[in-house]
Design a protein around this ligand. Structure first.
Ligand code: ZN
Length: 446
């Protein structure tokens, strides 16, 4: 019988509420409810001793599980295969099997929650994947999913110059127009099980004017293209953005908005979105607007590094400027444009941009929870307090001293269940036949 209460004794403990590393902290976990039972300062002075059911992490750095605020579970690295080819050529089965691997890798790298912003050609199957994890069929982070992203007609879809021959790829967005049309689209997403509404404020939607050889990484298709062959342009009116946010509020769902242009981002912020994704153009006017409205910015630096490496330093400067102005940040890599399991790259780039480690961790943890809708999402995670989900990880090194520390996740617990201990996955492969005396049990990957 597993004990009801397990106590984890931390060497160093990171408290994102206070943005501080503390000593002598222990966390009691109720394994029946999967919640934190208590967080307390341990008195090691007199007759304190480790109990058998305790987990000794006194040489580790214990903290809440990471939250990746921007992921795509069905995508893998664009370096391995451009997004267009993944969506066009990989079967639903292959993409599902890949996603099963992605979420396992993510969990074992310390990510206990994913905010997954668009299935990218996989309909609303992200909601089904979420349910498979919640039902205990496969290990993975707690997923909050967007299903399809909302776009205006023709603004985000698979393109081919061969369309007249009937060639077309899968649907990769939910196109909608006008205040009534966008409300209807939000209602479709709610009905399909979305936890978050995602829409695009802008995109490179004039792609067929000067079509490139392939959409990623935007390899030009003609010898003398104009200076900016395919600029990002706004796709919804203010009235439409307002209607999307209003309708999402009726369902108490957060709204994530993809915005590359400052113009699109400012319109979305005015509409009252929860978060701006990318916000790459940046600028004082945008950041002041975000700060004034407490809008979260998810800079997705890791995706920029993966796709447009020449632009990552500029993006890092913008993220640091946003932080200095006081914009609320969350850490989301747009993970899937690079491989799952490498999500901490986003935090490394934020730290490298000059944002203090404590603030980056806080943005990842509590910022991530807020991006999922805060209390409206139904759970509390991202900091450890009585009643919160027992999502707890431990690093082998102090991230203030070791730049690689975020990659040294040796312990992972989610909902009070241990998935990694002493650097080794636990319960990922389970024996399905454990009869006494049987020397060769059959193993199944869960
Ligand atoms: Zn994305």
């Amino acid at each position: 019988m597993a004990p009801k209460i397990i106590t984890i004794h931390a060497g160093l403990f990171f408290d994102p509420k206070e943005r501080k590393f503390k000593k002598h902290v222990s966390v009691a976990v109720d394994t029946e409810t999967g919640t934190v039972a208590d967080v307390f300062e341990r008195d090691e002075s007199s007759d304190w001793h480790l109990r058998e059911s305790d987990i000794d992490m006194r040489s580790k750095v214990v903290m809440p599980g990471f939250v990746d605020a921007h992921t795509h579970v069905f995508l893998h690295s664009y370096e391995e295969r451009p997004a267009q080819e993944q969506m066009r050529d990989e079967s639903i089965v292959e993409r599902t099997v890949r996603a099963t691997n992605h979420v396992r890798r993510a969990l074992l790298s310390g990510y206990t929650t994913y905010r997954d912003l668009g299935s990218e050609g996989m309909g609303s199957f992200d909601a089904n994947l979420r349910d498979a994890i919640n039902r205990g069929l496969i290990p993975g982070p707690r997923l909050f999913v967007a299903t399809h992203a909302l776009t205006s007609t023709g603004a985000y879809e698979m393109r081919t110059e061969n369309a007249a021959n009937g060639v077309s790829g899968p649907t990769i967005s939910d196109p909608c127009d006008g205040p009534t049309g966008v409300r209807r689209a939000v209602r479709r997403r709610v009905a399909d099980g979305a936890d978050v509404i995602k829409f695009y404020a802008d995109y490179r939607r004039k792609i067929m004017r000067f079509p490139p050889v392939q959409t990623h990484p935007y390899i030009g298709g003609m010898p003398f293209p104009p200076a900016d062959a395919n600029p990002q342009v706004v796709m919804f009116t203010q009235e439409e953005m307002d209607a999307i946010v209003e309708e999402a509020r009726l369902a108490s769902l957060p709204v994530a908005c993809h915005a590359g242009t400052a113009r699109g981002a400012i319109m979305a912020a005015k509409a009252g979105v929860t978060s701006i994704e990318h916000g790459s153009e940046g600028g004082e006017e945008l950041f002041k607007e975000l700060r004034r409205r407490d809008t979260i910015l998810v800079p997705t630096l890791a995706a920029i590094e993966a796709i447009r490496k020449d632009q990552v330093e500029a993006a890092q400067r913008q993220a640091k400027r946003a932080f200095d102005i006081g914009v609320r940040l969350a850490a989301g890599g747009d993970t899937g444009t690079f491989n799952h399991g490498q999500g901490v790259r986003e935090m490394e780039l934020m730290i490298d941009a000059g944002i203090p480690v404590e603030d980056v961790l806080e943005a990842c943890m509590i910022g991530g929870w807020e991006a999922c809708g805060g209390d409206a999402c139904g759970f509390r995670f991202g900091w450890l307090a009585k009643g919160n989900r027992a999502d707890i990880i431990a690093l082998d090194a102090d991230p203030r001293e070791d730049k690689q520390a975020l990659r040294k996740v040796g312990f992972v617990m989610k909902d009070g269940k241990v998935w990694k201990h002493a650097g080794i996955p636990v319960g990922v492969i389970d024996p399905i036949m454990q009869e006494a005396g049987q020397e060769d049990p059959t193993w199944q990957l869960i």
